[in-house]
Design a protein around this ligand. Structure first.
Ligand SMILES: [Zn+2]
Length: 677
């Protein structure tokens, strides 16, 4: 196939979905890599002295074709995939990582970047340019570019071992999950479980040509079982199996992997000149240092612990009164919490759903964006889509300037992965005096309309839509020079601020009145239902907070220290959990051996981010509340200092410009009902 008839290799603004066939992807990616390589080689081999515009900016804008083609490809692999696309992904992924590795290892290129970096103070760069230079330099230095060759080889060796251990870790967790099944044949054992859930369990059994019902350790099976199953012995059996993944002393045991990964990460950090792995990671986070993360976790623990203990006592008493439980165990937590919640709030999705017709909620989120930022959304029908369910909108500001193209893909179908996310098909940037506006997309899995009923969202789906739309606003309102610093390209512990912030409007009467109307009668959602939603959102918030903190502390117990003295995984974990413990310790369980977030995924030394982001969004929303939730003044400050700025400056600097001070956890603690308002 030639370049000429591959639509991905032609010039395009909107992704040309209707012209793209699967056969176009691989050749386009190979060609785009080749183009990017040429661009980069030209920078690296240029005989002239390295300069900011030539070296750094050209590097920033290199590989544009590759970015556009791969964003289309990988977005489709998530939202509309099939076996062909998955096969192509297998084939192109190694090519792409090889390409990225070659850049990082390109010595001539690094020397160019470094020479600009070394004279950065004489260059009269603005903040965004300084940030770009810093990021480009660190991309090399944090991968060992400054080390002598034998140390570089040592680093590659560590990286190889690390990826092997992480892979083994993940495979063991997966194998442990798949190995276990709870096979029931006596209908009495199903007591308490919802009918539809049992049907799925029966199907799972039937597909294995077995009688009865099969429950597994996968979340969609495990969580409802723990919440509803009345048989305490069976809950215990499930919990022990779930909690001992990778901790059986057999060939799937992960204790060695945990120790190994922690040690390798520490060695890697030391080699690069950092005190610990956490110091290395946090250098590029808003929180900056492990010391700061520690004191953050400690401060919240101190405030949340009394509430958690109170809630635990309440749960204990409830279980005792109801079933005579003398010693509340971990496998009782979800079950009695659910019963207590029902008793206190009696709030179920079916009561709320009629007020949240999808079209109304979309109008609602658009209206909120209009009131805050003056944006309007016009559905357009002349833009290519990858599926007929996708809706496309032109996003305009108050002066009718086109801010973004917005794709919204709401319903599940085969070929779409679970969950909800925001992504993009084109970055925002400015180049040669021309401004390019972004193409932003959100993808969700909301219930489809039926012949009888429109799509009615659960409250959780409503907050999900607001959440993803908050990310989308970050992208749409980007106003930066450089694509790699635009929109949601910010430090990890800062990226959830715009999204979590917008969820707050879902709990406000003033906002709900705009869109939460009964789909048949048009009646606005009653205030007492809103009140109940708020109260139930805070149910057991103390216990949930302490639990989250405990995971952050466990994470740092592995990554914020020199781990070479640790020999006993379980003992280290018990020690880390000591001050957050509510339930009796279970000797046969271990969390670290299945803590994929930090030992397999990218959250090492980052688990605290969940709470950190909540502190930011609560602190921001309090500012709105003080001035009115639709205050244009506060919204403008937020847009000018945060949303439009992307990653152009340190998040703490941006935040202080917006808020006038550093974030404090008080607003979060108040909102969660953990301290007095
Ligand atoms: Zn998010």
């Amino acid at each position: 196939m030639t370049t000429q008839n591959n639509p991905l290799l032609q010039e395009f603004d909107h992704a040309p979905f209707s012209k793209i066939e699967n056969k176009h992807f691989k050749p386009a990616i190979i060609k785009a890599i080749e183009m990017a390589r040429e661009e980069i080689n030209a920078i690296a081999t240029n005989a002239d002295e390295a300069t900011f515009p030539y070296t750094i900016e050209t590097l920033e804008f290199s590989g544009e074709k590759l970015d556009r083609v791969t964003s289309i490809f990988f977005n489709l692999n998530s939202a509309e995939t099939n076996e062909d696309i998955q096969q192509i992904a297998q084939e192109v992924s190694p090519l792409l990582s090889e390409f990225r590795n070659d850049i990082i290892l390109n010595k001539a290129l690094f020397e160019k970047v470094k020479s600009v970096y070394n004279k950065k103070d004489q260059l009269d760069l603005n903040t965004e340019q300084k940030t770009l230079l810093d990021r480009k330099y660190k991309a090399f230095s944090r991968n060992g570019a400054n080390l002598p060759i034998e140390k570089q080889n040592e680093l590659r060796d560590i990286d190889k071992k690390l990826s092997k251990s992480s892979l083994d870790f993940g495979q063991n967790v997966l194998a442990e999950t798949n190995k276990f099944e709870l096979h029931l044949t006596d209908e009495n054992d199903l007591k308490g479980l919802p009918e539809s859930f049992n049907e799925e369990a029966a199907q799972a059994a039937a597909s294995k040509e077995k009688e009865g019902w099969i429950f597994t350790l996968e979340y969609p099976s495990y969580l409802p079982f723990m919440k509803y199953a009345e048989n305490r012995e069976l809950r215990k059996k499930m919990a022990l199996a779930f909690g001992s993944k990778g901790f059986h002393g057999d060939e799937l045991d992960n204790q060695e992997n945990v120790l190994q990964i922690a040690k390798l990460r520490y060695q890697r950090a030391q080699l690069l000149g950092y005190k610990t792995h956490a110091h290395f990671v946090l250098e590029e986070r808003m929180a900056e240092t492990p010391e700061k993360v520690n004191s953050f976790l400690e401060e919240i623990l101190e405030k949340a612990k009394p509430a958690a203990e109170r809630e635990f006592k309440e749960l204990e008493n409830f279980a005792k009164d109801l079933d005579g439980i003398d010693q509340l165990q971990k496998w009782d937590a979800a079950f009695y919490s659910e019963k207590l919640k029902q008793k206190l709030f009696n709030l179920d999705d079916e009561k709320l759903k009629p007020y949240f017709k999808l079209e109304n909620v979309i109008d609602g989120v658009f209206t909120v964006a209009q009131k805050l930022y003056g944006l309007s959304f016009k559905e357009v029908f002349d833009v290519d889509k990858y599926h007929e369910d996708v809706k496309t909108y032109q996003v305009l500001d108050e002066n009718n300037k086109e801010m973004a193209l917005f794709y919204a893909d709401f319903h599940p179908r085969p070929g779409k992965r679970d969950g909800a996310w925001m992504t993009g098909y084109k970055s925002q940037y400015k180049k040669d005096g021309e401004e390019e506006r972004p193409h932003i997309s959100i993808v969700c899995n909301f219930t489809k309309p039926s012949k009888k009923q429109p799509s009615l969202l659960t409250f959780n789906e409503v907050t999900t839509l607001f959440h993803e739309f908050g990310h989308a606003l970050h992208g749409m309102l980007g106003d930066t020079e450089y694509p790699s610093l635009s929109g949601a390209n910010v430090y990890w512990d800062f990226v959830e601020l715009p999204s979590q912030l917008l969820e707050n409007w879902c709990y406000e009467e003033e906002a709900l009145q705009l869109f939460a109307k009964h789909y048949e009668t048009g009646e606005v959602i009653p205030m007492e239902l809103i009140q109940k939603i708020k109260e139930s959102a805070n149910f057991q918030e103390g216990m949930a907070t302490v639990r989250q903190l405990s995971f952050g502390m466990l994470d740092l117990s592995w990554h914020g220290v020199d781990p070479s003295a640790i020999t006993d995984v379980k003992a280290n974990e018990d020690n880390a959990f000591e001050r957050t413990k509510l339930f009796p310790n279970v000797a046969e369980n271990c969390m670290s051996t299945a803590f994929s977030h930090i030992f397999q995924g990218g959250y090492s030394a980052g688990y605290y981010s969940y709470k950190w982001a909540e502190v930011l969004d609560a602190d921001t929303f309090e500012y709105f509340q003080q001035n009115g939730i639709f205050s244009r003044e506060v919204a403008n400050k937020f847009k000018t200092n945060i949303l439009s700025q992307g990653g152009t400056d340190h998040p703490m600097t941006l935040y202080k410009k917006f808020r006038g001070k550093e974030p404090k956890p008080d607003a979060l603690l108040k909102r969660a009902g953990l301290i007095e308002k």
